[in-house]
Design a protein around this ligand. Sequence first.
Ligand code: B1M
Length: 224
Amino acid sequence: MEKQIGLERMAESVVKLDVEEAQHLAEEWVGSGYDPHQAIEQGLAVGIRQAGELWEAGDYFLPELIGAAEAMKAAMKVLQQAMTGADATQHTLSGVVIGTVHGDIHDIGKSLVATMLEVGGFRVTDLGNDVQVERFLEAAVEEKAQLIGMSALLTTTMPVQRTLIAALHERGMRDRFKVLVGGAPVTEAWAREIGADGYADNAAQAVRVAKALLATDMTDLKKP
Ligand code: B1M
């Protein structure tokens, strides 16, 4: 499979809601030994964004958007398996609890971030989507996590990120966890405004930011 053509065909399969084709192309991609993350970001994600634009333009309705998401998820399953490998990943870094905030069911980007963090060596607990603030906090304590990651794809659900940070302050737990936020409408300015520790625009950046945040922490611990 030629790389560029493979990426274009993957995007197209998502726009056409073709679950089988998307899955088949992902298998071929992995079989060719190419980078699975590239297929997600430069192939499938391009397709899902195109589907979103068609929906915005009124050419697609919600069932089509759901179909496109299903095609993307089917292919992502193959690619994510290839990324994490059977037992190949060594979880030597800190614990991360991640989820999409309450009221929001968009989970494709969040799942990609979770996989990339896992591949990057973090011990990841993925709480799924529509996650209540309370659940994030419980899980972070139970899992002895050092970082809480929140994804929000709707402007109406972004404020939940602020609510969680406020809840950490109220309970005297703010220093216990680093907070990383992301999602399509989330910006660095928003992250700063709500007092998050970090913001990432994409999954690869999320891994870099998480590593930097927790490295800072370890340096702090070493100070006399
Ligand atoms: Co909806 N949706 N959707 N949707 N959807 C958007 C987000 C929207 C922008 C579409 C549009 O209008 N153009 C719009 C939001 C408008 C707004 O708030 N400003 C929208 C809307 C309105 C809705 C509904 C309200 C529609 C309705 O019912 N009338 C509804 C909401 C339901 C709900 O959540 N309560 C809805 C539903 C759906 C589907 C179920 C059909 C489906 C989601 C399926 C699923 O996720 N299981 C869906 C989809 C697919 C989209 C679009 C088209 C694509 C989202 C996606 O998966 N992108 C989206 C349009 C768009 O974003 N352009 C849209 C691919 C993914 C890889 O990228 O998620 O951005 P993304 O993740 C990136 C980065 O953002 C970042 O890294 C990821 C990888 O690079 N990132 C993080 C994400 N989380 C991070 C966390 C981090 C760090 C980085 O740290 C913790």
